[in-house]
Design a protein around this ligand. Structure first.
Ligand code: BGC
Length: 248
């Protein structure tokens, strides 16, 4: 099936049509900068523009960068506080008339990796950790998603760990990869202590540079980079909508 996947991020909102059997984009990506402020009505307008750009009429999958439960935003996080308690699926449906499956952005990336990337056939507990503006997580156990985990929010010095170790913090504080890697070492040791995953997959923008900081991270579980890179969020969002479609 061909499904529109949309990845909503703090800086850009990207969409493409995805072939859900192959896990590949069948169109170019179309990107619109995230509105500032990123309030619900403005983001919904961008979604409508992406839908009309592709002249699309079908179910839509969306990756959303905040804590979520059943399509409802639990906290505005890196987007805008006005999102709290918004039913994101209903909002986008009201705006465009189409049906949406909205999942957490890191869950979407994890879905793409487990189906078509570094996680194929990986059993046990696999933790996909995305390093970008924030730290996101997607957990799979024996190939099944445990949705809505928020491992970027375990605390460190009374704050979310992502405020100390996200890739955006590396940029903001102009940290070398070595220094940032040491922060990530603390982070991954902590997560390993709590969950003992069998495998970590690193996604998000920083996955491409893994060789520059992996030496600093000393844990028992293997760590490998994601394979779908920038497209994982779009592919995974489309896959989530596809699975929902098959259920109905
Ligand atoms: C949010 C997560 C999201 C992650 C990556 C965190 O701040 O709480 O829901 O997955 O950023 O975007």
């Amino acid at each position: 099936m061909e499904i529109l996947g949309i990845d909503i991020g703090g800086t850009g909102i990207k969409g493409a049509i995805v072939n859900t059997e192959k896990g590949e984009l069948v169109t170019e990506r179309f990107r619109i900068p995230t509105p500032k402020p990123a309030i619900p009505q403005e983001v919904a307008k961008v979604i409508a523009k992406i839908v009309s750009h592709f002249n699309y009429n079908g179910v839509v999958g969306c990756g959303f960068p905040t804590p979520l439960s059943h399509g409802v935003c639990k906290s505005g996080g890196n987007l805008h506080e006005a999102w709290k308690d918004t039913n994101v699926e209903e909002l986008f449906t009201d705006k465009t008339g189409l049906k949406y499956t909205v999942v957490n952005d890191a869950d979407a990336a994890a879905i793409a990796e487990m189906n078509f990337g570094a996680g194929i056939n990986k059993k046990g507990l696999v933790a996909v950790i995305t390093l970008g503006t924030g730290i996101g997580s997607g957990l799979f156990y024996d190939g099944i998603l445990i949705p809505n985990s928020e491992l970027g929010h375990v605390s460190y010095k009374n704050e979310a760990f992502e405020k100390y170790a996200a890739d955006s913090i590396r940029k903001k504080e102009d940290l070398s990869y070595r220094k940032w890697g040491k922060r990530l070492n603390k982070y991954f040791n902590h997560i390993e202590l709590i969950l003992s995953p069998d495998l970590f997959i690193i996604g998000g923008g920083a996955s491409k540079k893994l060789d520059r900081y992996i030496d600093q991270i000393k844990i028992a579980a293997p760590i490998i980079p994601a394979e779908n890179k920038n497209e994982a969020g779009i592919i995974g969002a489309a896959m989530a909508a596809y699975h929902e479609y098959l259920k109905n």
